[in-house]
Ligand binder design. Structure first.
Ligand code: RB5
Length: 149
């Protein structure tokens, strides 16, 4: 898969570790920045990665900030994005199987690199189960449609 990755300045080291790991797992990584650890703002990168996913330049996205919270909220503002913030692999796996998440987020101040790798692996390997879960995804999309400005 083509995986778009982005972070903020807090998570730049973990972004490099996770990018290498995602490569090791056999995926292509597209780094949407930032390139340096100079202070920046997580919404920029949440938006860039989310747009890459809905624009189909990438098959899925990974976002990392201090907690994973701000950057996942930012990504979720883009229509069609279902971003989840996880600090353990079980929720990551279920978020794909049941919620068909297309962006995974986590926090560099919350999880260490080895736990982050386990979260990423669980998420990348899980598959959406469809069926009744698909009906619920449709209900989520309907909410999005009802609240377009
Ligand atoms: C940056 O200080 C911090 O707010 C950011 O990395 C993230 O945790 C926000 O949700």
């Amino acid at each position: 898969m083509r995986i778009a990755i982005g972070s903020d300045h807090v998570a730049i080291e973990l972004k490099a570790i996770i990018s290498a790991y995602v490569n090791e797992l056999g995926h292509e990584v597209m780094d949407y920045g930032p390139k340096t650890s100079e202070r920046t703002d997580y919404p920029k990168y949440g938006k860039l990665v989310a747009e890459a996913v809905v624009g189909k330049q990438a098959d899925a996205g990974i976002l990392i900030c201090g907690t994973g919270v701000g950057i996942s909220i930012s990504a979720n503002k883009v229509k069609g994005i279902r971003a989840v913030v996880c600090s353990e692999p079980y929720s990551a796996q279920l978020s794909k199987q049941h919620n068909n998440t297309n962006v995974l987020a986590f926090g560099a101040r919350v999880v260490g690199s080895e736990l982050a790798k386990m979260i990423v692996k669980a998420w990348l390997e899980a598959e959406f189960e469809g069926g009744r879960h698909g009906d619920r995804i449709k209900m989520i999309s309907d909410i999005e449609e009802q609240h377009l400005c």
